[in-house]
Design a protein around this ligand. Structure first.
Ligand code: ASP
Length: 329
């Protein structure tokens, strides 16, 4: 081998060694491939709707496709277990809701810690809920509906998205307050449950305005009342349960963005920044408003606000759920 080629191969070897030792900073900047956004409920439901709007906006901001993956079942705990186990690299994130706070009290032997196993990126929206029924149910208003539920409780059924889902908790709390006991029918999300309500397969449901507004307006189901203290602009004719039928009743499904615990700081910062942009995106704001909700204020779309909120909600729901004697498994 001549001196030139010896020098050349020594140089190549050195270059290869440098490349092998190249620090992470030399890797392509995050995100360099599509991001999976887990929705722990079926497609076509209220959380799916919120998540897809956010994903579309984050795709524009991050320059990589944010792909929604629906992993429904067991009140969202199957999907969130998958996220807890995923690599904390920013390529697996989740949009989920209030059920993250109710899972510890409901599920014995939960495979993850709802606080310690996640990075809590920020809140998205608080979605009001609506008491709805199949369209041929005879009740003309919420008082008649409640009278009907009382009179028919032995055979009446309600749909929900699994033990601990927002739709399940809402109806449980309402039945407890009203002294009614109906049988529940569980689905992997209120997307499929809604199809069955429209088809008249069960009688009533308490579901988020993001899933009910359009169907109420089009007459496919009947809307009776909302679960917030104030009326909801997307369904302005519906009274609040608090104002008459169930004084003090209040529940809404707050949604947030999560990731597996331990994201690098720069990745977490990018995701939070993209979330904030999504919550100001005119298309997201307009669609949220049309569905009876709105983005949270920017200060809530942060890890600093979400973690203490979740911890407080875990405490609050622990008391409510144990008092109600409900179990998920
Ligand atoms: N979030 C569920 C869904 O998207 C509904 C629920 O929790 O009630 O189907």
């Amino acid at each position: 081998m001549g001196i030139l080629s010896r020098r050349l191969s020594a140089g190549l070897l050195a270059a290869a060694a440098i490349l092998a030792l190249a620090p992470a900073s030399a890797q392509a900047p995050y995100p360099s491939k599509p991001i999976t956004l887990v929705v722990p409920a079926a497609a076509g439901g209220p959380t799916d709707t919120v998540a897809r709007l956010i994903a579309e906006s984050m795709t524009k901001t991050l320059g990589q496709t944010v792909v929604v993956e629906n992993v429904g079942g067991a009140g969202g705990t199957i999907g969130m277990a998958k996220v807890a186990r995923a690599a904390p690299d920013g390529y697996t994130i989740a949009v989920w809701h209030i059920a993250q706070a109710t899972a510890p009290a409901l599920y014995d032997g939960l495979k993850y810690d709802v606080v310690a196993d996640f990075d809590h990126l920020g809140r998205i929206t608080d979605v009001p809920m609506t008491l709805v029924a199949k369209k041929d149910l005879p009740a003309k208003d919420v008082n008649e509906l409640i009278a009907w539920m009382k009179a028919n409780q032995a055979k009446a059924t309600y749909g929900h998205a699994g033990i601990g889902s927002a739709s399940h908790l809402c109806m449980l709390m309402l039945m407890k307050q009203l002294g009614i006991q109906m049988e529940g029918v569980g689905y992997r999300g209120t997307g499929p449950a809604m199809n069955d309500l429209i088809a008249g397969q069960f009688d009533v449901m308490c579901d988020q305005t993001t899933n009910t507004t359009g169907h109420i307006k089009d007459g496919r189901i009947k809307g009776y009342a909302v679960t917030t203290k104030a009326r909801v602009p997307s369904v302005p004719d519906l009274p609040t349960l608090d104002s008459g039928a169930a004084p003090g009743f209040e529940v809404s499904a707050w949604h947030a963005l999560w990731a597996p615990k331990g994201l690098p700081k720069d990745v977490s910062d990018k995701l939070v920044a993209a979330l904030k942009v999504a919550l100001k995106d005119p298309k997201v704001v307009e669609r949220f408003n049309g569905l009876g909700t709105e983005p949270v204020i920017e200060a809530l779309a942060t890890p600093e606000a979400l973690k203490p909120h979740l911890e407080a909600e875990v405490k609050r729901w622990d008391g409510v759920i144990r008092a109600a004697g409900v179990k998920g498994n």
